[in-house]
Design a protein around this ligand. Structure first.
Ligand SMILES: O=C(O)CCC(=O)C(=O)O
Ligand SMILES: [Fe+2]
Length: 346
């Protein structure tokens, strides 16, 4: 961040940056979990049964690894992002689906098992009708018509630092949204350049001056609803939240929320604070180039994520991630539950 203020940083200078927790599976464990997952049917045919089976399979992780993933999900002071490597992959991977998925005719469901198995260690996968039609396994794939969009369909533009929010009639988009995202890579982009960034709010706060932080902690911002909602439900028009703060909560455990699809600052000072926030994110972010057999565990409240530009060819060999939205509890979002499916919400 360029120094535009003479004020001292608000946070204690002794606080050390959050580390990127890297978890690498031993080859033997990768192979035994992969073999077990390859024998399982499509999880979406019976999701609760599948989640129970994945619990059994992932119980075969070395106990230290298992504890690290569980700790990631359960502790306030855990890092905001975890990078899991050397996961099993499908023996055969079909072409990257066009139009944003879902993938049809996948002969095995190892990738789905990895995604849902990791998700089950953090909470429960949930869906929202306004995001990928309520599916529990999201395909994150570049879509030609959305290349420039601030959504997961994009490619040629930098996807701004954001967390995944959901439109909600209560006027807040940062309440019923997922606690965690799991992003798992099935196929990298052609040039191998797409990077997922994660900026932890604890590091962001350290990088900001106290006046900027005070502004970001004030309800001076209105989040635009996600691009998918604006596109599909509002004819492209902005659908703004009630005024909210960008950063909230105790100094030691800040929560942060920002819309990829635009934030309206209500004053010029607040507007400048938003620019500084994006700069602080760029300055402090961890960066990962996801490859097949790798996944990111993303805490969706402790930090913001972003994606760098890449070139899509729409040739069946484009970048392909699978994603879940995970809640630790569905109780507090029961006002949105659909009658047809207890994991799917309006
Ligand atoms: O493509 C990526 O690396 C991240 C995309 C993203 O923000 C998301 O899927 O929520
Ligand atoms: Fe996202």
């Amino acid at each position: 961040m360029t120094a535009t203020s003479v004020e001292t940083p608000a946070a204690a200078p002794t606080r050390t940056p959050q580390t990127l927790g890297v978890i690498e599976l031993p080859d033997t464990v990768r192979d035994s979990i992969g073999k077990a997952l390859a024998a399982e049917p499509d999880p979406l045919a019976g999701i609760d049964r599948a989640m129970a089976r994945y619990h059994q399979i992932f119980a075969g992780l070395p106990v230290d690894t298992l504890q690290r993933i569980l700790d990631f999900g359960r502790h306030n002071d855990a890092p905001g992002v975890g990078y899991v490597r050397n996961l099993p992959v499908d023996p055969e991977l079909p072409a990257t689906p066009s139009g944003g998925g879902p993938a049809g005719g996948k002969p095995t469901f190892v990738a789905e098992g990895v995604l849902l198995g990791l998700s089950g260690l953090l909470g429960e996968p949930v869906g929202f009708l306004t995001e990928k039609s309520g599916q529990l396994v999201h395909d994150v794939i570049p879509v030609e018509g959305g290349a420039m969009s601030q959504t997961n369909q994009g490619s040629t533009v930098f996807l701004n630092f954001h967390n995944d929010i959901v439109h909600d009639a209560i006027g807040r988009y940062d309440v019923s949204n997922p606690d965690f995202l799991v992003l798992s890579c099935l196929r990298a982009d052609h040039d191998g350049v797409a990077a997922t960034h994660y900026a932890d709010a604890r590091d962001i706060v350290r990088a900001l001056d106290s006046r900027t932080l005070e502004l970001l902690r004030s309800p001076l911002f209105r989040l635009n609803a996600p691009g998918s909602y604006v596109r599909d439900m509002a004819g492209g028009r902005e659908v703004l939240s009630d005024p909210v703060a960008m950063i909230s909560g105790p100094e030691e455990f800040p929560e942060i929320s920002s819309s990829a699809n635009g934030v309206r600052a209500m004053t010029t000072a607040a507007e400048a604070a938003l620019d500084r926030l994006q700069a602080a994110c760029r300055e402090t972010a961890h960066q990962v180039h996801l490859r097949p057999g790798e996944a990111l565990l993303i805490n969706n409240r402790k930090g913001l994520h972003a994606r760098t530009p890449f070139t899509a060819r729409y040739d069946g060999a484009d970048r392909w991630l699978q994603r879940t939205y995970v809640r630790r509890s569905q109780w507090t979002i029961r006002y949105r539950q659909t009658p047809e499916n207890r994991r799917v919400h309006y």
